[in-house]
Design a protein around this ligand. Structure first.
Ligand code: SDX
Length: 426
């Protein structure tokens, strides 16, 4: 027997059987109920309970704290994989064989340089421009150099521009950082892998070869894997929404960067470090917690729309913190973070609201230990999330169900009224 939802409106006796498929009902089925001349709709700010697409890329079980990319558990990928292998998996649905991986890595290496004229875009920003603003504007500018990205229905053009964006994002991020430091740009070096090359473009000085501790390169690799995708989060929703009006990948990714920059989303990693610095010492944690409970502030890096359990990425990052500190020395703010987490996991305020550490709670401590200033933290989120945005963009473009995003509203303003001449206004 088909699974249905029987609904009726006692006021008029209207009734309908709505089909339940994939644990959802089609919202447009509600339109058959006429409510005083208006078709019945749903009101769902922030899409708290609304599915907008089918996707096979990332699965999250928020209750159990499970995260899988194409069915592979995040902790296994963090343990065994590399960021580029994960990017391939997100885009193609399967892990690459050795030949496929070699070809993919070679393709990415080929496209690491950014157009020289783009440096004039970077030069146009004030010296203290936020690197996320530079990243957002420069990513949109890529479309001027690669107009073939508008041929997104052509699989070859789409694949080429996806490779270009994944390859160029670290270069653009490193250039944005070096601009802020008034340092010369370091071009990509084909002798280095993706994450090693990123660190070299960021931190290389006059030395001929940039040597980084393998443990730090691995920590970057793991952080990139953890940040690669996260199903229909705020920035991915922005990418899909901008794609829905027929835009190229670069324009859509630029929108994703803008959404990610917000402190409630990817900007939280920068906000966490600012919070830890303001608290300063363990003995001031209780006072801060009281501020949170009174609603005066939020515990940044805590809480999640989907996870009502410990974010599995936060667990992995917390382990990586120890590995990085072995090389860089311990950041004293780690103790403040651990004390905050202890309160967060025990205090009724957090327990009742099922607030746990999320991906941003510990990541900033690693970034700071690696030598990044806080304003670069969300850039370090945007670089790996680019592969997720590309996979989600590709899935949207090829989804026969896709439609231009155009939600409804509940109108609360004035209805028709006459124009008031200036002399009659109060
Ligand atoms: C990311 O969606 C994704 O997948 C995102 C992400 C990804 O990989 O793409 O996982 C990355 O964005 C992680 C989240 C980073 N943001 C932060 O750490 C900022 C702090 N957290 C929040 O502001 C909040 O938890 C959100 C934005 C993450 C989730 O917001 P929701 O789901 O809309 O929940 P809410 O704001 O309605 O909060 C529910 C209750 C409220 O209290 P009451 O009104 O019920 O009394 O919990 C409270 C909130 O005040 N609350 C917090 C809190 N988060 C929620 N109170 C104190 N501190 C917090 N951090």
């Amino acid at each position: 027997m088909a699974d249905i939802l029987q609904i009726q409106r006692p006021a008029t006796g209207a009734a309908a059987d709505l089909a339940i498929t994939e644990a959802t009902i089609r919202a447009t089925e509600l339109r058959q109920f006429d409510i005083d001349g208006e078709p019945l709709a749903t009101y769902d700010p922030g899409f708290m309970n609304t599915a907008v697409c089918h996707s096979s890329i990332t699965y999250i079980d928020g209750e159990a704290g499970v995260l899988e990319y194409r069915g592979y558990p995040i902790d296994e990928l963090a343990e065994h994989s590399t960021y580029l292998e994960v990017a391939y998996l997100l885009l193609n649905g399967e892990l690459p064989n050795p030949t496929q991986l070699a070809e993919w890595e070679s393709l990415i290496t080929t496209h690491r340089m950014i157009p020289d004229k783009l440096k004039t875009v970077l030069a146009g920003f004030p010296y203290d421009a936020h690197p996320m603003t530079i990243l957002m504007a420069s990513t949109a500018a890529f479309f001027s150099f690669y107009p073939d990205a508008r041929n997104f229905t052509d699989p070859e053009a789409r694949a080429l521009n996806i490779a270009r964006l994944i390859a160029k994002m670290p270069t653009l991020a490193a250039f944005a950082y070096r601009k802020g430091k008034a340092k010369p740009y370091i071009n990509p070096d084909d002798n280095y892998g993706y994450c090693h090359n990123f660190l070299a473009m960021l931190f290389k000085q006059a030395e001929r070869r940039y040597s980084a501790d393998p443990r730090l390169i691995r920590a970057m690799e793991v952080l990139f894997i953890l940040h690669a995708d996260h199903e229909q989060n705020c920035s991915t929703n922005a990418v899909r929404s901008v794609a829905s009006s027929g835009n190229d990948l670069y324009t859509c990714a630029s929108a994703g960067i803008g959404a990610l920059h917000g402190p409630l989303h990817g900007g939280a990693n920068e906000a966490v470090l600012k919070m830890l610095r303001e608290i300063g010492t363990v003995d001031r944690v209780p006072e801060f917690i009281e501020g949170v409970k009174s609603g005066r502030t939020r515990m940044m890096g805590f809480g999640h729309r989907v996870y009502k359990n410990y974010d599995p990425r936060a667990k992995i990052i917390k382990r990586s913190v120890e590995d990085v500190f072995e090389v860089t020395g311990v950041n004293p703010l780690l103790e403040v973070a651990k004390e905050l987490e202890k309160y967060g996991l025990e205090d009724e305020y957090f327990v009742k609201r099922r607030l746990y550490p999320n991906v941003d709670f510990y990541s900033g401590l690693i970034y700071e230990a690696l030598g990044f200033p806080p304003e670069m933290f969300t850039v370090l989120f945007a670089v790996p999330r680019t592969s997720g945005w590309c996979a989600q963009y590709q899935e949207f473009i090829t989804d026969p169900d896709n439609k231009i995003a155009r939600p409804k509203q509940i109108y609360t303003g004035h209805r028709t009224r006459g124009y008031v001449p200036m002399e009659e206004r109060g």
